[in-house]
Write a protein that binds this ligand. Structure first.
Ligand code: GRF
Length: 188
């Protein structure tokens, strides 16, 4: 069975979607959750699902100990699901082509530092774009610039609020993220 490590800073609805999906298929399991926020909702999910978790700070995420801890779970993929810090180069180098991220817009638009959550949706609405969506991509040393694996789109209406757009984007994320992970695991 494939082992997955999830990095997340927030509520963890994507983490929950991934955990639930692979519980059904039995093809993979989330073996570790890493968060930079001690009060992140994703840690409640980890506790509920009895998944080991690690809380990192700026120092510990840069130490080799985290690499040793991650390696002990022998991950097939490292999944960034709303992880707000840049992943240190030592982790990226240790897992070439094995780290993927989900971004709540159609990259290369609306990416880069500071572009997360409602900042992204506000920018899409201000630009009067008629569509938005999600991008699932490999992670390299530069924010939101790794090769794109999958994009999915949704319409944006003039009357959409940031919350309404976020809900549409989340729906796409929860559907496509687990299935893209499954595709990658099957085509390794
Ligand atoms: C998602 O919209 C994801 O695209 C972004 O952060 C959000 C995380 O949401 N990178 P959740 O914590 O999975 O609910």
């Amino acid at each position: 069975m494939h082992s997955l490590i999830i990095f997340a800073s927030g509520k963890g609805s994507n983490a929950a979607a991934i955990i639930d999906y692979f519980k059904k298929t039995g093809e993979a399991r989330v073996s570790l959750i890493v968060s930079n926020k001690a009060d992140a909702g994703v840690l409640d999910i980890a506790k509920r699902e009895e998944i080991p978790f690690l809380i990192v700070d700026r120092q510990t995420i840069n130490q080799t100990l985290i690499l040793e801890q991650m390696a002990s779970y022998e991950p097939s993929l490292i999944i960034l699901a709303g992880f707000l810090w840049k992943v240190p180069d030592q982790i990226i180098k240790a897992y070439p082509d094995q780290i993927i991220n989900i971004h709540p817009a159609l990259l290369p638009n609306y990416g880069g530092k500071g572009m997360y959550g409602h900042h992204v949706h506000n920018a899409v609405l201000s630009a009067k774009d008629t569509e938005s969506g999600i991008s699932i991509h490999y992670v390299n040393e530069v924010y939101d610039s790794g090769n794109i694996i999958v994009q999915a789109r949704c319409p944006v209406h003039e009357t959409d609020t940031p919350d309404m757009l976020a809900a549409k984007v989340h729906k796409l994320e929860h559907y496509f993220f687990p299935r893209t992970i499954e595709y990658l695991l099957q085509n390794k």
